[in-house]
Every structure is written in C-alpha cells, then in structure tokens.
Design a protein around this ligand. Structure first.
Ligand code: AMP
Ligand code: MG
Length: 335
C-alpha cells in the first residue's frame, strides 16, 4: 500500500495539465520518496498559499493546508493515481477501540475550530466526498460531523440533475451551494459526478466530459482564491466489500430503505467506475486541492482519519475570533 502524505508531496504542475503518466513507485509507507521529492511540510503549502495570495491581492488570506492524516494516500499533483496500490482494508495497525476514542477527540477539535471559523466570518471549508455506491459517504458525514453546530455547517447531496439544472452549465448547481464565509459545507457527491456517472453512462460525448477536468480545476482554484479551502476525499472500498454492504441492505429490514436496485446494475460497471475515478483523481489533484484516497473498508478507520484530516486542516487555517469592539470591557448592561 502506498501512503503519500503531505510529506511526500511535491510542488504540482498547476491546474489543468495532463499527468505525465508516471506510476507511483513507493509501495510501502517506509519507502523513501522518489529522488528530488520535496520534504514534508505545511511550509510547502504556506509557499503555495503565498503564491496564490500574490495572484489575488484582494484575498483575505488563503490557509496553509495540513497534510492528510497517516493512512490516507494523497494524490500528488501531476502524478498518476494508482488505486490498485492502495489497500481498502488498511487500518494503519490501529486498534478499533482506540480509534473510536481518538475520533471523539477529533470531533471535539472540529467543533471548537468550527466555532472560530464561523466567528471569523472570512474563510470557509468545502469538504467533498466521492465514492462508489455503498462506499460510505452518508455514514462518514453522520459520524464525522456529529456535534458540529448545525448553524455553521451545510450538507448538500447531489442527485440526478433536474431539468432546470440541466439547462445550465454543469458547475452551476455546485457553485450555488459552495460555502459562504464562515461555513463548513459538505458535498455528498459533487461536481465530480459530471466526469464519473456521466462518463460511465455515456450521458454526454467524450469531448465534453474530458474538457471538464480542466474546468473543475479552474473552478476549485477560483474557490480557493476566494478563501475557500477545498478538501476532497475518495472513499476507497473493495468490490467484495460492496457486495457485503449490498447484501446487508437486502438482509436487514432496517436497511431496506437504503437499498436501490439500480445499485446492482451500477455494480456491473465496477471497472468503468474505477477507471473514471482514477482519471478524476489523477487530473484533478492540484496544489490547491489534491485528492485524498481513504482506505474505507473499515468504517472506524475511515471516520478517524477523515475527522483528523478535517481537524488538522481547520487548525492550519487557524481561524481567529474577530477583534472585540473598542471599549467593550467598559460597557455596562443596563438593568
Ligand atoms: P444517491 O446518492 O444514492 O441518492 O443517488 C444519487 C444518484 O444521482 C446516483 O445514482 C448518482 O449517480 C446520480 N447523479 C448524481 N449526480 C449526477 C449527475 N451530475 N448526472 C447524472 N447522475 C447523477
Ligand atoms: Mg444510492
């Protein structure tokens, strides 16, 4: 399994360029990064943030990004993503009970930092979840954001576009739901559907969906320049795990509501979806918004590493309470 955390990241080639087609060579977490690789650091992201800030002088301040939590594989900008090298069963050698206890800590961090982000009212966080059916998007959102003040958080699920949505450019409906200042917004499915299901089901011509990788990169770059940190997670489950989860939905009356016969048809396109995910993760991992591949067969591991990455990202953003009104300490509240 290849772990490419922030420490293995190197400066990307910018948005919209095709990956050079090199395969990720480090197969184990212990493997040294390829020669010429950049050292660990949020310093790298601080550098990127400066570069971005220079490009947009009116910007309030782009956050330095945190590296993803250990166990998550971050796709290096400009490199080809090789999903087959990432084990969906990986659990980082963690103990399940300890991981559950650690999750409580990460939730608390998210809760505290979210309040600051909301109070600061300058920047925002967009968390994108993509996965194959049964991949665990809903369960992750339920678990990771438990305890977050609902006032500062929005979750949007994207379904088959309505006729109104179809009458606009493909990004229209996503842009409309992008976070306002101070908010954490979660996309349960996202603009990536337009290079995933749309491609697999042949809903638009090749030339149309292919052009979208660059357009998506530009869109995310624009959001970043506007003070939104874009954090993207791909939940990576195995084909066999999907089978088990679909079987559970059939067997358990309390899960019947989740069962969709269309999922069985979609499962026949497993390989086509993996190919579509591979291309999306490859072409749309930019310095501004790289993809994070989360081993997701084990839910407790998935929840912990995602919560930790979100908490670390918020911590790197370091949101500040706004300055108090001058003289507030001397104010008296009348009886
Ligand atoms: P679910 O998330 O299980 O409620 O299902 C939502 C469905 O909407 C999935 O089958 C998606 O593939 C589909 N969907 C989401 N976005 C798009 C899109 N842009 N074009 C076509 N289908 C989509
Ligand atoms: Mg479904």
């Amino acid at each position: 399994m290849s772990h490419q955390h922030g420490k293995h990241r190197r400066k990307g080639t910018g948005s919209g360029r095709p990956a050079p087609g090199r395969r990720e060579e480090s197969k184990t977490p212990a493997s040294p990064p390829p020669a010429g690789d950049r050292p660990p650091s949020s310093a790298l992201w601080a550098g990127e943030a400066e570069r971005i800030a220079e490009a947009a002088p009116g910007l309030v301040g782009v956050a330095a990004r945190a590296p993803a939590a250990p166990g998550i594989a971050t796709v290096r900008p400009g490199w080809t993503c090789d999903l087959s090298s990432i084990d969906p069963d990986a659990d980082g050698g963690l103990d399940k009970d300890e991981a559950k206890a650690a999750l409580l800590v990460e939730r608390e961090r998210i809760k505290i930092l979210q309040e600051r982000l909301y109070a600061e009212h300058q920047r925002s966080l967009l968390v994108v979840f993509q996965a194959i059916d049964t991949g665990g998007k809903d369960g992750t959102i339920r678990s990771v954001f438990e305890g977050v003040n609902p006032q500062g958080c929005r979750v949007w699920s994207f379904k088959v576009p309505s006729s109104e949505e179809r009458d606009h450019d493909f990004l229209w409906r996503y842009h409309a739901k992008a976070p306002a200042r101070g908010m954490i917004t979660v996309f349960n499915r996202s603009h990536y559907e337009d290079v995933l299901v749309v491609r697999v089901k042949d809903l638009v011509p090749d030339t149309v969906w292919r052009a979208r990788y660059g357009l998506i990169n530009d869109f995310e770059r624009m959001l970043t320049l506007s003070g939104t940190v874009v954090l993207k997670f791909f939940l990576h489950i195995s084909r066999n795990e999907q089978k088990k989860r679909l079987e559970a939905r059939i067997a358990d009356p309390e899960k019947h509501w989740k069962f969709d016969a269309a999922d069985l048809v979609e499962r026949e396109s497993w390989d086509a979806y993996q190919a579509a995910f591979t291309d999306a993760l490859t072409h749309c991992s930019t310095p501004e918004a790289p993809w994070h591949v989360v081993p997701a067969n084990r839910k407790w591991f998935r929840n912990l590493v995602i919560a930790r990455t979100i908490a670390d990202t918020l911590a790197a953003m370091d949101p500040q309470f706004p300055d108090a009104q001058p003289g507030i300490a001397k104010l008296k509240v009348p009886d």
